[in-house]
Design a protein around this ligand. Structure first.
Ligand code: ZN
Length: 175
């Protein structure tokens, strides 16, 4: 076995490579071994950053791949599409690519998402509330959209100082 590849760096908006965050990512179509390896590396990078979701452009790869780990359920989704959405809920969001900033974002309360999984099989996810929010945030990344663009009430967008880890759970989840 070869050595494990190094953890992927998360691209932030002030990075020299930030342009990838604003570009529409390309469809994957065939879930190859390279894509499976990308998925595994994205899970590693997300865990290291204590995130709950991550999109491939956030690690500098302009392909339509997202990973999510929320309440013990793991999702690796390739070419995800929102088939239906319903309702609205406004809640705080943060982003691993925009460290320290939070703001209230309106999102559909429920979504139905179709995608392929790590094995290339089609899956349909019926999600509401927080999981629906994470899915919308990550799929936005694939279209080059960052959460501040979705904020309706600009007064809610603010910077928070680094908090000790014991209160991290009270901060908005980062993805
Ligand atoms: Zn994000």
């Amino acid at each position: 076995m070869a050595d494990a590849p190094p953890t992927l760096e998360i691209i932030t908006v002030d990075s020299p490579r930030a342009a990838v965050l604003r570009r529409r990512a390309q469809p994957v179509r065939a879930v190859t071994r390279e894509i499976q390896q990308l998925i595994d590396q994205m899970f590693d990078a997300m865990h290291e950053a204590h995130g709950i979701g991550l999109a491939a452009p956030q690690v500098g790869i302009g392909r339509r791949v997202i990973v999510i780990e929320f309440q013990k359920s793991r999702h690796a989704l390739v070419d995800p599409e929102i088939l239906r959405q319903e309702g609205e809920e406004i809640a705080p969001e943060a982003c691993l690519s925009i460290p320290g900033w939070v703001g209230d974002v309106p999102r559909a309360l429920k979504v139905v998402v179709r995608a392929r999984n790590r094995r290339g099989r089609y899956v349909t996810i019926n999600a509401d509330s927080m999981l629906a929010r994470i899915l919308q945030h990550e799929i936005d990344h694939l279209d080059g959209i960052l959460f501040p663009e979705r904020i309706r009430d600009r007064a809610t967008y603010h910077h928070v100082d680094d908090a000790p880890s014991e209160v991290a759970a009270q901060e908005p989840p980062q993805s």
